[in-house]
Ligand binder design. Sequence first.
Ligand code: NAI
Ligand code: MG
Length: 498
Amino acid sequence: MPTEPLTPVLDPYALARELSGRHLIGGELVAAASGRTFDVVNPAKGEVVGQAAFGDAADVDRAVAAAVKAQKEWAKRPVRERGRLVAECGRALQAHVEELARLITLETGKALRTESRIEAGVLSDSFVFYGGLATELKGENVPFSPTVMTITQREPIGVVGAIIPWNVPLLLMALKIAPALVAGNAVIVKSAEEAPFTVLRVCQILNGILPPGLFNMLSGMGPECGAPLVAHPKVGKITFTGSVETGRIVYRTAADKLIPVTLELGGKSPMIVMDDADLDKAVAGAVVGMRFTRQGQSCTAASRIFVHSSVHDEFVGRLKAKVDAMVMGDPMDEKTDIGTIVSPQQFERVKGYIEAGIREGGTAHTCSALPEDPSLAKGLYVRPVIFTGLTNESRLAREEIFGPVTCIIRFDDFEDVIAQANDTEYGLAATIWTNDLKKAMDATQRLEAGLVQVNQNLVVQPNISYGGIKSSGLGKEASLEAMLEHFTHKKTIMINMA
Ligand code: NAI
Ligand code: MG
């Protein structure tokens, strides 16, 4: 029975209180089986804004039971109906963009204008996009013999577990949930410790449209709530975004169960600026690529910028000026370009890397200014740092920082820079900035990354497949391909007519 659409709540504090202490299981907002909760903190002010339900294996069991039941009925529905309902979710979410943007800003400290609103918009687009792809769940007719008709068909996997991080939770949940549902699966989302409420609010909005139990949302810690979800015998697929370390744990458990996984892990994405590059565009591309507006908290962050010696100093000067001009402040304020780091742990980790860079002999060009507002004194603000004088061997160039810290590395030779760019554990994304067509084309063929861009640094789009190689992960997200390859099984059917 369809319920009344929810009215957007523009006061994120009120919404955080309202959503406190709840999972979404079987279409109901329910407390954790244990009754436990944990604090959710606004990192811009250091204040507790609510308590999230502390999920554990008992909650996982309840969610899986609800999902198994709902999935059977859902998979029998005509694909166009499944697509229509998922697209309707997208349209319903459109009415909540401002509400969701404010709530995500409250939980994560991401700037409302430059980050959260954009993310909430893409969330809605992704549901509409996947809803429209429902009838593309086609099989094939395989030529074999005139008397044996051989066809393939795409079937849902069953129950999908989706584990998401805190940095772009809405976009990442959309890229997991929407294709999984359209393909006929049920989903259980496990939100990140730091950002449970916005994800829960999205699930509450969808709950008015989709059948109860088709998707369920649990909040909680990795080991207590994420691990039993991965290990549950009735969860047939895990799609995970997060750290390499946790990705390996998830993959090991999935290996024991022999179930498929999609892993979106870290990155150390190179950006190469050749001597003939349009420097204005390259500098603007570095600001976007480094996600300075998100305090660099991105797996795709352009955290190794290789700049040709002849333009190195000019590039550093211009980049510093551009980042200096960005306003760091209250993330809810429309004037703010840069918000805070998400949590005290990440804050300490990022500061540790900045100290390590200085110890390794790098020069730290510290940019922008800390906010002066005394109400933000407890906020997790880190001034962005551009390092020069470090090599590709340094810790800062090898390890994922997940903060507003980039290394600019000087180079002279094209062959050498391609080798350095590829000399990393990761392979998520790469860019090259040049007007030399031959070099650009050559680089696109030789850079080891899931996504290579020339003279641009676009962020993830719903219709373009995205995913890394090497330690950056397994499988693709976004696009039709991701829905077909990662949320369905292919069954072959042979009919002997002789
Ligand atoms: P994480 O990988 O530990 O957490 C991501 C998600 O996995 C969260 O929902 C968490 O609860 C869950 N999780 C943790 N342990 C689990 C387990 N044993 N089984 C199942 N699920 C589990 O990442 P965290 O601790 O938030 O950040 C640490 C570092 O990871 C960051 O500094 C950054 O380098 C990287 N990271 C990368 C992201 C990406 O987009 N690729 C996103 C977030 C973090
Ligand atoms: Mg962790």
